[in-house]
Design a protein around this ligand. Structure first.
Ligand code: PLP
Length: 361
């Protein structure tokens, strides 16, 4: 086996080595057909089987009820920021949004281009270190939907609860925590996730949408952004991102082999406990997020003296601990510990952190 680094990148992020090896083995000659998946017609029987299996495996992993469509679309999660209001927000309607960080704010700014947005709550007054409880939300009377990001990838702020809003559809950006722990899909109207963290390669976005929310797109909605058209065409109104879809399918198979989302949840709990435990046990490293809102997937942390940041990162690189630099808007460090980042990676990181603190702290 090749020597692979421990990759803590926020996205595009680490993929399971077994998946990459399988893709490599199948690259030139997929299942004896004499061609690569990249070279197949998306209408061929072979590719149809690949696409359908990927969808079924995702349905199994998340126990997606039959009244939900699963779409494999392009444009990343960011395109959904526009696609959601174009499909779900009537021109004279209002949509509620919760601001917990950079990604939810981007969703808010984009939705404002299309209609009335009510920011029902913002974590700003809490310095984005905690999530305002639902009792403090200023909800609209008749919101078309409520949008929030279950995990803010940059700030490291994650909901550990699901809002309870009666009939108002919940629309959630799960880009950075889908498949990391169990969820009840039936609580949501629409779930979307850019693939490049816990699913597969970038460019693809997975949308899981309740059927009654289809067919309400505005007349000005571009054909390519209409969920109903995507659903009616099996996500193949045009040529889909065939290789990304295939590779995501391999990740879903891998997840099933690992014991599914329940097993991932256990593993992810152990990983985040180890990393936050190390941060909390030291006076040298800090994470400012309220304990119940700490992200399981993206762990930002600071060194006591930021002049040591460069040396910390250089030492990490030398040990094959890659991509630990925090987002430029936040500074410090960030370790993204998605499904494909094993406990061994977190152990190596924690050992290095202790060593660095001893030498330089
Ligand atoms: C929570 C969240 N939402 C949306 C996005 C945007 O995703 P994309 O680059 O696929 O548009 C990201 C990307 O990192 C993200 O972390």
């Amino acid at each position: 086996m090749s020597k692979r680094a421990f990759n803590f990148c926020a996205g595009p992020a680490a993929l399971p080595e077994a998946v990459l090896q399988r893709a490599q083995a199948e690259l030139l000659d997929w299942h004896g057909k004499g061609l690569s998946v990249m070279e197949m017609s998306h209408r061929s029987d072979e590719y149809t089987a690949i696409a359908e299996k990927a969808e079924q495996d995702l349905r199994d992993l998340l126990a997606i009820p039959s009244n939900y469509k699963v779409l494999f679309l392009q444009g990343g999660a960011s395109q959904q920021f526009a696609e959601i209001p174009l499909n779900l927000l009537p021109e004279d309607g209002v949509a509620d949004y919760i601001d917990t960080g950079i990604w939810s704010r981007k969703a808010i700014e984009e939705a404002r281009r299309f209609g009335n947005v009510n920011v029902a709550a913002s974590a700003k007054s809490l310095d984005y270190f905690a999530i305002p409880g639902q009792n403090d939300w200023q909800l609209s009377e008749r919101a078309a939907y409520l949008h929030y990001a279950s995990n803010e990838t940059i700030g490291g702020l994650q909901f550990d609860w699901v809002p309870e809003l009666g009939d108002t559809p919940l629309v959630v950006d799960m880009s950075s925590d889908i498949l990391s722990r169990t969820i009840d899909v039936s609580k949501f109207g629409l779930i979307y996730a850019g693939a490049q963290k816990n699913i597969g390669p970038s460019g693809l976005v997975v949308v899981i949408v309740r059927e009654d929310l289809l067919g309400h797109a505005r007349s000005a909605c571009p054909t390519m952004l209409d969920y109903k058209i995507a659903a009616d065409n099996g996500s193949m109104y045009n040529t889909p991102a065939t290789f990304s879809w295939y590779l995501s399918g391999l990740v879903f198979e891998w997840l099933k082999e690992q014991g599914g989302v329940e097993a991932m949840e256990q593993r992810n709990r152990a990983k985040k406990d180890m990393l936050y435990g190390a941060i909390d046990a030291s006076d040298f490293y800090t994470n400012p997020i309220a304990v119940n809102a700490r992200s399981w997937m993206n762990v930002p942390f600071r060194l006591a003296d930021e002049r040591l940041d460069k040396a910390f990162l250089a030492g990490a690189d030398a040990r094959g601990l890659l991509n630990l630099k925090g987002h430029r808007s936040v500074g410090g460090m960030r370790a993204s510990i998605y499904n494909a980042v094993g406990l061994d990676a977190v152990e190596a990181l924690v050992a290095y952190m202790a060593e660095f603190e001893k030498e330089r702290g």
